[in-house]
Design a protein around this ligand. Structure first.
Ligand code: FE2
Ligand code: FE2
Length: 349
């Protein structure tokens, strides 16, 4: 533990440094540079103007509600809140670094995209800074060792992976935040810490980031038109939605603390996101079809079985043999999900 300055109250607080490891991502910069923003000027101008307006500039002010000790939150509740804050701090910081670097790399070649990424990095930095202060409330100081150049390991995401995963993570996080905000507005007694009352602004920011990526998707024929675009889109939607859904069990205690049922929360988030993205994508999944989540539940059971095998004392070879049938079943179920009917969003146009 060491004393750290709390800039909010100009006091020194006792905090323990914790290791934070945000991901460092990069993608094909040439393909980003080549994006023709002129032919889609309307879409880009609107999304960049909305980012420039910075509607939530004055919303992230830690008001009087934070001026108290949070040491009464102890035990499992404290652990869960710290886990939530660390998880989001890491994600926001990753977003900040990614957008900041892209903005810099595109400065000379694509000024519209560079501006957009710079404005989004401003938002992510603000979110990360807010979470940093929240962590100090719980005596945790995120260690910034990862910023040292020698510690950075960049993960290269192929262009379509980058666009789809970032676009969907913005839309999904926007839905996460607003769902929690609305739930706690209805059940204020469940709001054990004031951070959640900022989730409406947070959700709006992430949604504007999603709009910016939506404009990129619409400007790229390989993402928006034709059979190949639909197949690629379906693949990414299935991959990212299922990965999101599989996480629900690891967040069940945290959500229960706020009075939410984890499965219901994840199902409703995925359904909301699926509905929101129909404006941007050529196809969406039929997540209202009950078999969709039923099949994902079966996948969850196989993943759990494999996790159990992983922690057993058997040797690697035996573990691999025992895990193989589960992987095979997982593959078959995912294949069946992929061939389930999807909804063509361009049909009526
Ligand atoms: Fe953010
Ligand atoms: Fe974002």
């Amino acid at each position: 533990m060491e004393y750290v300055e709390n800039t909010q109250s100009n006091t020194m607080v006792l905090a323990k440094e914790t290791l934070i490891s945000p991901g460092f991502y990069t993608t094909n910069i040439r393909k980003l540079s080549d994006i023709d923003t002129l032919s889609f000027q309307g879409a880009f101008n609107t999304t960049v103007a909305n980012l420039k307006n910075d509607y939530n500039k004055d919303k992230y002010i830690r008001d009087g509600r934070f001026n108290q000790s949070w040491d009464h939150i102890q035990g499992e509740a404290q652990e869960l809140i710290i886990k939530l804050l660390e998880m989001y701090f890491t994600a926001e910081y990753s977003g900040f670094i990614l957008y900041k670097e892209l903005s810099y790399q595109l400065k000379e070649t694509n000024s519209i995209l560079s501006d957009g990424f710079s404005l989004m990095s401003r938002d992510e930095a603000r979110h990360a800074s807010f979470l940093n202060k929240a962590l100090l409330d719980f005596h945790v100081k995120p260690g910034l060792d990862f910023l040292k150049k020698e510690h950075r390991k960049y993960i290269f995401l192929p262009f379509s992976w980058f666009i789809y995963s970032t676009y969907l993570s913005e839309r999904i996080s926007s839905c996460y935040y607003i769902t929690i905000f609305e739930h706690l507005k209805a059940y204020p007694e469940r709001s054990i810490y004031p951070l959640f009352s900022f989730y409406k602004s947070w959700s709006e920011d992430e949604n504007r980031h999603g709009d910016f990526f939506g404009a990129i998707i619409k400007s790229q024929p390989q993402f928006s038109n034709g059979l190949r675009a639909k197949i690629v889109c379906k693949f990414f939607l299935l991959l990212i939605f299922s990965m999101t859904y599989f996480k629900y069990k690891s967040n069940d205690k945290l959500l229960a603390l706020l009075g939410l049922d984890a499965r219901e929360y994840y199902v409703s988030t995925i359904k909301k996101v699926n509905n929101t993205i129909r404006e941007d994508l050529p196809t969406i999944l039929d997540v209202e079809e009950p078999r969709f989540f039923e099949k994902l539940d079966i996948c969850s059971l196989h993943i759990l079985e494999n996790k159990k095998i992983n922690i057993s004392n058997q040797n690697m070879f035996l573990k691999s043999i025992r895990k193989a049938p589960h992987y095979f079943t997982l593959f078959l179920i995912m294949l069946r999900l992929f061939f389930m009917k999807s909804i063509d969003t361009r049909e009526k146009q």
